[in-house]
Design a protein. Structure first.
Length: 326
């Protein structure tokens, strides 16, 4: 599937001497894995081209994947090919210079709300953008060759964005493509230790989150993490953002939401669900994302409470009209 667009992407890569890979703000495992993995594959395939990671927003927790190198000067964008990975709309790109590029390619698995790019390969049913990058490599195996380092980056994105191959976006293709990565000899034990072991502070935060979690009448589990709590628990913002994953296993709570206060007073919203679709709810608050994993930013506690009430109504409707959820 999508053979023509993959061919067009490879043709564009071949046609440009300067290529810059970019991704969304506050990058996660998929965004970092896809940009770093594809960068390494392209550098091996085209050693004479100049290929950069835009490299302007980092995830400290993923530093174990290795250095990202110096970013290009702004002037290097003129006439270059920019490839934006894992980013559903241009506003979320971590980098503003992309507008200077000669051509912008988008490779992404989010539901498209504001299409952008000169050439966009978007498949919302894919479990991760890394899965799509592996698919691209598998389509041109003589050119885009994987190795252990690129496979480790791409596997990181596949594992983290699919909840360790648990979400229903995981297909037979996901596992067939992941198998190609394992064939490169990834050290999965070391990788999972980097991704999933906790510090004592993180475990203390987990306990705090479960104590403070609230549940609405129809079952929205939610948690607010103020700046004061982040300071008291000695959490970095990145650690505070993980709160959403602590709320995911209460039976009957088919929507769960973490609200994390940012340094500027705004509140980052991370929404997750099973069975019920939540991206339209996120869009009503200026955000977006996937059917069962979305995000937004609200500006006040009042807006936060309105969002919780809307989520409660959404669950109530869903439970009234569906069975089989738990
Ligand atoms: P997060 O909770 O930040 O991991 O977000 C879950 C999903 O929702 C990600 O795939 C994001 O791309 C998407 N998302 C998060 N925040 C926003 C936003 N403000 N606007 C649009 N999409 C978002």
């Amino acid at each position: 599937m999508h053979e023509e667009i993959k061919r067009a992407i490879l043709d564009s890569i071949r046609a440009h001497e300067r290529i810059i890979l970019t991704r969304h703000l506050r990058p996660d495992g998929d965004a970092v894995g896809a940009t770093m993995g594809l960068c390494r594959v392209l550098r091996r395939a085209f050693p004479d081209k100049r290929i950069w990671l835009a490299n302007d927003d980092h995830a400290a927790a993923l530093a174990f994947l290795g250095p990202e190198g110096e970013p290009p000067d702004a002037a290097q964008y003129d006439g270059a090919l920019v490839i934006a990975l894992d980013t559903g709309n241009a506003e979320r790109l971590s980098n503003r210079h992309f507008r200077r590029a000669q051509k912008l390619i988008v490779i992404d698995h989010h539901i498209e709300t504001h299409p952008y790019g000169d050439l966009a390969w978007v498949e919302p049913d894919r479990s991760s953008t890394c899965e799509m990058v592996v698919d691209l490599c598998a389509s041109f195996p003589d050119v885009l060759r994987l190795d252990r380092e690129s496979a480790t980056c791409l596997y990181t994105g596949m594992v983290t964005d699919s909840g360790r191959f648990r979400f229903d976006s995981v297909s037979g293709d996901t596992l067939r493509l992941a198998a190609l990565l394992l064939d490169e000899g990834i050290d999965t034990e070391a990788l999972y230790a980097h991704l999933y072991l906790n510090s004592r502070e993180e475990l203390r935060f987990h306990a705090h989150a479960l104590r403070r979690m609230k549940v609405t009448p129809h079952g929205v589990a939610h948690l607010y993490v103020s700046r004061a709590a982040q300071r008291a628990l000695r959490l970095t913002s990145e650690q505070a953002y993980t709160a959403v994953s602590f709320l995911d296993s209460l039976r009957g709570s088919i929507i769960w939401i973490a609200f994390i206060e940012n340094g500027d007073g705004t509140i980052r919203v991370r929404l997750r669900s099973r069975f019920v679709t939540i991206n339209e709810l996120a869009e009503r608050y200026g955000g977006g994302g996937h059917a069962c994993a979305s995000g937004a930013t609200v500006r006040s506690r009042r807006e936060m409470r309105a969002l919780i009430d809307d989520a409660d109504r959404l669950i109530a409707d869903y439970k009234r009209t569906h069975s089989g959820w738990q």
